[in-house]
Structures are given as structure tokens and as C-alpha cells.
Design a protein around this ligand. Structure first.
Ligand code: ADP
Ligand code: MG
Length: 753
């Protein structure tokens, strides 16, 4: 077997291995010597011969009610397994914060262990959320030797605190390796759960990850801190309105996740996809999304089977998935849950990304979470729906029947408007990455300019508020939408219409931050929103408290002035028009709004004085913690450019150039003089210096030591060189005989399932 053949065999075996669960559904074909497009054809044959997907479970036999939460050590299960007093003490910590009594922790740990072992668990893991944005876990066995036998042990101390060897997690300079101590601490507000593996299960404990100097090394710690801040400041406002005990005011989040599915066989023929998660080459398909027939279209059987299995896994973990549908691009889909408390929504979102990837493999598919897996085709985002409230006061961003009279709604919405305007740059920076740069500002995703969409009715109310104060604001009510068919009931019309072009839209009773990228952890955008809104609420509360001095009769006047002043100053962030238009770019510049087009342009906003001050006032992150995050974002931006440019070089040199040379040889042999040979030769000849140039720039990038400088160099020099190579390669793809082309085409990737 030649080396090439061995390698192909190995890759195919790997591709099949990922489908362990449904191995019976797959036919393993003995690989043969392949060159040119033989491997592609084999893969396509496999997809073409797929018969109906066979069911691996049925919700009839195992109902959603029975499954739901079955793998979660939820409060009701805890209650059943604990003595009354112990449960009360734990519940108090969960609901009101504070430290867990070690004696209580021991009892909880023991009950948790018994439950987990009964479910087949042998190990436990402190799950944490490092700055990579991914989920990290280190597994330890419950079992310890006990004489000649073994005993399952799990103490309260082990439950509450862990110490993973964390020196290789990025900290952005907070922690040198010699002082690598980092601790994981159980987040009691997020329940423990079980993850099932093929051969056994693991008890997972959601944790925050901090250094021994108490600095946050993760995404959860600032999220929890920001929720505390929001609760404090929202509580002060509610108190001014006469509610001294509103309950814990929590941020709520409902993240919509967009993703692509490609067949695993084709995926394994694209090193760019399995290494970088997105294609670095590929000519535009003959048919794109211009027909718009995919959006909300009927879901193919194979995809639906996958989606239902995703839901089944999610339900076991009490993740309330609600919506599934086709998205705009071919092969693109979306899943969305019902909203939850922000930190639980965050943990669940991380799990959803993992489940999507795992379950896709079982169906011979691969789930692509990257923001822009295919050039020229719609990218994927993660719309982050955000609001705040408590069980007692309800949703504080609910405008109700008469928003102009709803002072509570108006003050919270105004706080958001002020926060977003003041911190527009850092909002952009928190969604900045090499991957999301390809999406933001493209004519399909929200622009890089942050603005707020309020809709016609609310827009008018806020315009009047800013001019005259709330007493005279619009009296326009929600209308009734007439569908024009008598048999259908009249629908109630939302206070806000839809606008898909806004990066930050008010959608009925929540704000939707749409600039978040599909690979992102929602923790960053969430704790940023919580922090800046808390900071605005603090400013409001300080002012009103001072002006009214506890006299509720003075509240109206104080509010009137506040609204007028704040909206006059910050109203420029409100924009209800088309965010994709060129006029908006010009108008936004006139208004003095930021247009931070790339990651290196956006990142300095993270450590701006206004950002640092807000984070400090709200006790969410220190200057040093913010600096470490900025530094790390530069590093990962550069890292991404490094690996993508390396792969561009490799594929260009070892797959595309050879295909061109083979075709040139054939054309020469044919003796025909129809101009094709000249075209192909010119492109192939251009490819070589373009690759060499890329190589030189890459080396220079590698040698650079300053992350920020590297990022700028990467953006200005390396990315254009990558683009140049791609341009030539894509032109070659359109000319070279298909049987010589090694990479699956966009057509195949997007349309074959
Ligand atoms: P769409 O924006 O596609 O019309 P929906 O209006 O159904 O979708 O809501 C999208 C997401 O917003 C869902 O995950 C939903 O649970 C979430 N959502 C609804 N209300 C709130 C809220 N008060 N706080 C946070 N998220 C919310
Ligand atoms: Mg939406």
C-alpha cells in the first residue's frame, strides 16, 4: 500500500469511527487507490445510496415528560434525598447566595454521588468555561482503594472545590506557569448533571474557575458577578417605585443557535473544514440561496431525525429546546430554547453546542458552528435574547398595553439605550473574532455599527420622551392585525415590528443582540450587557435618590428630567431603518457612532477608561482582568490567521497546484488550441508566486512577538495574501476537469444530504 493510500484508508476509518452509535447504518467500503476526484465520487455514491434513516428511538415509547431532566440532579431530586434542614440550607444558598456550610456540602455530595452511581456514573468532573470560549472538563473516578476492595468516595470538599492542573489554559498573562494555581468552585445555582458516554456516564458539576489571587480565569465568574450587580442596581430602582422586596432580579437569556450540516464523508475530504471549521477554497455554486426556498422550508428526513435526537439529549438535561427550522442558506438550520436565567442559559448553550456536534456524528453528518463556513453564502450567528426580571415582578422589559404610561418599562429600556450608546464600542469588541469579521457587515448580518432598533411605536414614544417627557408621549395602542381571512382569529400586533438588519433590536419584550457569532460563548456578551445596564441603573438610582430624597411625590418630576436628558444625549444610538444600506453608514458617521470594521480595530475598546470604570464600579472585572481578555483576543485572532494561512498554503501547494499541472499536461497532449490551456497556465503560473508570497508573510507573522502588532499585520498583510491565493484557486476550480479536482465543491457540500 502506498503512503497516500494508507492515509486515505486511515481518514476513512476515522470518518466511520465517529458514527459509533449508528454503525449499523453505515456501510464501510474498502478503500481503493484514489486520485483526482475518485474519493469525492465514492463519498457522493455513499450519500446517494442512503436509504431512509432508521429510527433509533421513539418518543412514543419514552415520553418527553419521562425523559425531561432525567439526567439532572434537580432541586426536587435533591429535596427527596436530603434531610429537611440540609435541603433548606442548600436552597437558601441557591436562592439568596452566600457560602455553603461544609457539613451541608458533605451530605449533598454523598446524595449526589449515590444518584450518579445509580445512573451508571463512575467518574465526576468539574466542568468549567475557560477563556477559549469552550467547555473544559477533567474527570476523576469516585473509586479509591479500600484494602483489597474499592470504595466510592465523594466529599463535600471535592464537590465544592477542585484544582485542575490549569497551567495550559490561556489566561492572557494573569497567570504565569510558575504560579499556575487555579481553582474550580461549584456554581450552586446551576444543577449538576450526567453526561452519558458509550461505555458509562460522568457526573458533571458546573463551576467557576478562579486563580489563587481570586482573579477570574473563565467566563462564568464574571457572569455570576454581573448578575449580582444587576440584581443590586435593579433592586434600587424598584425600591424607588415602592417595591422593597422584588425577589432576585435576574438577567434572562434565550440564545438562538444557527449552524450548518454537511455530510461527514465530504467533510473528511476537506482538510480546511476539519482543521479550521470553515472552507478556505471553493468556487461559488451554480445555485445559491437566491431562491430563498430553504428558509422555513420543510426539513429533510435525515436532518429531522438528527434534530429530534438533539432534542432528546437536551431534554434529558432539562434544556428547554423549543424551536427548530431551516435557515436562509442551503444546509443551514437553527435551534432555539425557551429563555432561562442567564447563567443556566449559558451552561445549557455550551451543552447545546456539544450535543449538536456529537449527535451529528451519529447521523453521518458534521455540524459546522463557524460564523462563515462558506464564502458568498449566509453566515451563522447566535442571536442573544436578553431581558431581566424576577418571579415576583415579571419581565421588566414588558411594555404592556400602554408603554407610554409604563414608567417601570421606560426606565429599564432607557437604561439599556444609555448603556448601549455609552459602550457601543465594547459591545462590538465583545463579539469580535477572526471568524465573525467575515460575517459582521457582510450584506446578510448586522453591520459592525452598533445601533438600537425600537420599532415604530416605541421609537415614537422615546422620541417624544426625549422632547417633552413622558406625560405627553404617544397614546398609540397596539393595533389588531387583520389577516384578511375570516376563519382566522385576529392576531394581536406586537409593539415592535421585525427588523433583521439591526445588531441590537427590541423584539416585543426583550432585546436581541444579533451580532454575536455562532461559535461564541454567550457568557461574554451576557456579562457585558449585565454590567453596562447595571451601571446605567446605578447612575439613574443615584440621581433619583438624590433628587427625591425618599419623597415618592417627587418621582415623576425626577423621571421626566432624567428621560429627557438621557434620551437627548444617547438617542443617537436609535435607528429604525435599514442597517445594510450605505446611507446608514454615512448617517451613522454623521451621528458619531463607531464603525469598527475588524477585530484589531474593536479590541482596544475592552480596556477603554469608560469600560474599565464601569466594570470596576460593578465589581465584575478589574483592569487587569480586562487587559488579560483583550490580550487573549488578539492572540486568538492571530492564531486563527496563522492556522488558516498555513492550511491555505498546504492545500494550494499539494492539492490545487498539482491538479492544475495534471490538467495542463492533458491539455497539451490534446494539441487543441482553443485558449483553455493559456487560461489554466496563466492561473497556475500566478498561483506559485502567490503561494510563495503568502509563505513569506506567514513566516513574518510567526516571528512577531507583540500580539496586537501581529493582529494588525495579519489583517493587513496575511489575510489579503490568503485571499489572493483563494481567488486564483477558485478560478482554477471553474476551469479544471472535474475528475482531476480533489476538493468537494460548494454544490456538493451545501446540497448533498
Ligand atoms: P424570534 O426572535 O425568532 O421571533 P422568539 O420571539 O420566539 O423568536 O424568541 C426568541 C428567543 O427569545 C427564545 O429563545 C425566547 O425564549 C427568548 N426570549 C423570550 N422572552 C425572553 C426574555 N424575557 N428574556 C430572554 N429571552 C427571551
Ligand atoms: Mg430572533
Amino acid at each position: 500500500m502506498c503512503f497516500h493510500k494508507q492515509r486515505k484508508t486511515f481518514i476513512r476509518t476515522l470518518a466511520n469511527l465517529h458514527n459509533l452509535h449508528n454503525i449499523s447504518q453505515l456501510t464501510y467500503t474498502k478503500p481503493t487507490q484514489m486520485s483526482g476526484n475518485a474519493a469525492r465520487r465514492k463519498a457522493i455514491e455513499g450519500i446517494a445510496s442512503l436509504t431512509t434513516t432508521t429510527a433509533s428511538f421513539s418518543f412514543k415509547e419514552e415520553s418527553v415528560e419521562d425523559l425531561y431532566g432525567s439526567n439532572v440532579f434537580s432541586l426536587d431530586k435533591i429535596q427527596k434525598s436530603l434531610p429537611k434542614a440540609v435541603f433548606k440550607s442548600l436552597k437558601n444558598v441557591i436562592e439568596n447566595g452566600g457560602k455553603l456550610d461544609p457539613a451541608v456540602a458533605d451530605v449533598v455530595a454523598s446524595a449526589m454521588k449515590d444518584w450518579a452511581i445509580a445512573k451508571g456514573a463512575t467518574h465526576y468532573a468539574h466542568v468549567f468555561y475557560p477563556l477559549t470560549g469552550l467547555t473544559a472538563e477533567k474527570h476523576d473516578s469516585f473509586y479509591e482503594p479500600n484494602g483489597s476492595k474499592t470504595l466510592a468516595i465523594f466529599s463535600g470538599k471535592t464537590l465544592i472545590q477542585g484544582e485542575p492542573d490549569a497551567s495550559s489554559f490561556p489566561s492572557g498573562g494573569i497567570r504565569a506557569t510558575f504560579e499556575a494555581r487555579g481553582y474550580t468552585v461549584w456554581d450552586v445555582t446551576s444543577p449538576a448533571y450526567i453526561i452519558e458516554g458509550v461505555n458509562g456516564s460522568t457526573l458533571c458539576i458546573p463551576t467557576a474557575f478562579v486563580s489563587w489571587t481570586e482573579e477570574a480565569l473563565d467566563k462564568k465568574t464574571p457572569l455570576l458577578r454581573s448578575m449580582q450587580a444587576l440584581n443590586i442596581e435593579a433592586g434600587r430602582i424598584l425600591k424607588l417605585f415602592g417595591d422593597a422586596e422584588p425577589g432576585f432580579i435576574s438577567a434572562t437569556a434565550g440564545p438562538e443557535q444557527e449552524y450548518f450540516l454537511v455530510d461527514s464523508r465530504l467533510y473528511h475530504l476537506r482538510p480546511d473544514l476539519y482543521t479550521c471549521g470553515r472552507t478556505l477554497f471553493g468556487a461559488k455554486p451554480a445555485r445559491g440561496q437566491e431562491f430563498e426556498d430553504q428558509y422555513f422550508g420543510s426539513i429533510p428526513d435525515r436532518v429531522l431525525a438528527f434534530m429530534m435526537e438533539v432534542e432528546r439529549e437536551a431534554f434529558k438535561l432539562a434544556i428547554p429546546l423549543k424551536t427548530r427550522h431551516n435557515e436562509v442558506a442551503p444546509g443551514q438550520y437553527e435551534v432555539a430554547p425557551i429563555f432561562e436565567t442567564a447563567n443556566v442559559a449559558h451552561d445549557h448553550q455550551q451543552l447545546v453546542m456539544i450535543i449538536l456536534k456529537k449527535v451529528a456524528r451519529r447521523h453521518g453528518l458534521v455540524c459546522l458552528l463557524a460564523e462563515k463556513p462558506f464564502a458568498g453564502v449566509n453566515g451563522s450567528g447566535k442571536h442573544l435574547n436578553w431581558s431581566l426580571g424576577s418571579a415576583k415582578v415579571g419581565n421588566l422589559l414588558e411594555p404592556g398595553e400602554a408603554p407610554h404610561d409604563n414608567k417601570l418599562f421606560l426606565i429599564f429600556a432607557t437604561a439599556v439605550i444609555r448603556a448601549v450608546n455609552l459602550h457601543q464600542g465594547v459591545l462590538r469588541a465583545f463579539v469580535a473574532s477572526a471568524g465573525n469579521d467575515y460575517r459582521l457587515g457582510a450584506n446578510e448580518a448586522p453591520p459592525a455599527i452598533i445601533s438600537i432598533y425600537l420599532g415604530e411605536q416605541l421609537g415614537e414614544i422615546f422620541a417624544q420622551l426625549s422632547a417633552k417627557g413622558f406625560a405627553v408621549a404617544s397614546k398609540k395602542r397596539n393595533g389588531v392585525l387583520n389577516v384578511g381571512v375570516n376563519a382566522l382569529p385576529a392576531l394581536s400586533k406586537d409593539a415592535g415590528d421585525r427588523n433583521r438588519t439591526s445588531p441590537f433590536a427590541f423584539t416585543g419584550n426583550k432585546f436581541e443582540f444579533r451580532a454575536v457569532g455562532s461559535t461564541f460563548s454567550i457568557a461574554g456578551p451576557l456579562f457585558l450587557l449585565n454590567t453596562i445596564v447595571a451601571d446605567s441603573l446605578q447612575y439613574f438610582a443615584d440621581r433619583i435618590e438624590k433628587e427625591t430624597k425618599g419623597d415618592p411625590k417627587k418621582l415623576d418630576v425626577a423621571l421626566q428630567e432624567l428621560f429627557k436628558e438621557v434620551l437627548t444625549e444617547h438617542g443617537k444610538i436609535i435607528f429604525n431603518g435599514n442597517g445594510y444600506s450605505e446611507e446608514w453608514t454615512a448617517e451613522a458617521a454623521k451621528r458619531g457612532l463607531l464603525n469598527l470594521k475588524s477585530t484589531p480595530e474593536a479590541l482596544p475598546q475592552v480596556t477603554l477608561k469608560s469600560t474599565v470604570d464601569a466594570f470596576k464600579r460593578q465589581n465584575v472585572l478589574t483592569k487587569r482582568e480586562l487587559e488579560s481578555r483583550e490580550e487573549l483576543s488578539y492572540e486568538s485572532y492571530v492564531h486563527s490567521i496563522r492556522s488558516e494561512s498555513k492550511l491555505t498554503l498546504e492545500i494550494g501547494r499539494t492539492q490545487i497546484y498539482p491538479a492544475a499541472i495534471r490538467y495542463i499536461t492533458e491539455l497539451k497532449a490534446s494539441g487543441l488550441e482553443d485558449g483553455v490551456l493559456e487560461k489554466v497556465s496563466a492561473l497556475a503560473t500566478g498561483l506559485v508566486p502567490a503561494l510563495d508570497e503568502l509563505n513569506v508573510l506567514r513566516e513574518e507573522l510567526k516571528a512577531g512577538e507583540n500580539a496586537k502588532k501581529n493582529a494588525i499585520f495579519g489583517r493587513d498583510k496575511v489575510l489579503p495574501a490568503v485571499e489572493k491565493v483563494r481567488e486564483i484557486a477558485d478560478s482554477l476550480e471553474e476551469l479544471i476537469a472535474d475528475d482531476l479536482w480533489p476538493l468537494p465543491s460548494y454544490q456538493e457540500l451545501l446540497f448533498l444530504r
